[in-house]
Design a protein around this ligand. Sequence first.
Ligand code: FNR
Length: 189
Amino acid sequence: STYRVGYIIGSLSRKSINRTLAKALIRLAPEELEFVEIGIGDLPLYNHDFDLDYPPEGRALKDAIASVDAILFVTPEYNRSIPGALKNAIDWASRPWGSNSFTHKPSAVIGASPGKIGTAVAQQSLRSVLSFCNSPQMNAPEGYIQFSPEVFTEEGEVLDDTTARFLRDFMDEFAVHIARVCTVLSAQR
Ligand code: FNR
């Protein structure tokens, strides 16, 4: 069957290398995955006073997550953690109390940086957050991508075969992970 994947880019930059990486992942993904971007740039800064009456931006985010089978996080590393904009979005989606949008929603985490660290530390931090939010995460493979404009075109073409094979495998495994979680969940319903 087909699965809908909502992808969240952790960067609000117009020239984001993580947006380019997301384009590449979508190109290389297996046919059974369909993609829709879940934007996080319009959200106000969350505080729990909003729980009494969620604004349209907060409701739109929760509706978008509810409408997909899985979430793919493609994020930069900011100061050895995830960008504030991404954390803010996760906080919005995790609330109001008792209606956490991530519960039982399969996810995967990947990211790119120009340096060799490849967002490894940010991903570790994001994994802790997603664990607390009860999202069944794909454990492996991990994707720490050192971004180079010689490997990725702006349209998300991958010019290096080894990188393309790695990213294709990552998305194949994500499809398997989603199918596994969704099969268990539908059997329980
Ligand atoms: C960075 N960058 C960065 N890179 C990294 O590997 N580890 C880090 O901790 C940080 N910290 C950091 C903080 C801030 C505030 C900025 C603006 C940048 C560099 C970062 O990887 C680079 O700017 C990427 O291009 C950001 O990803 P996007 O926005 O292009 O997708």
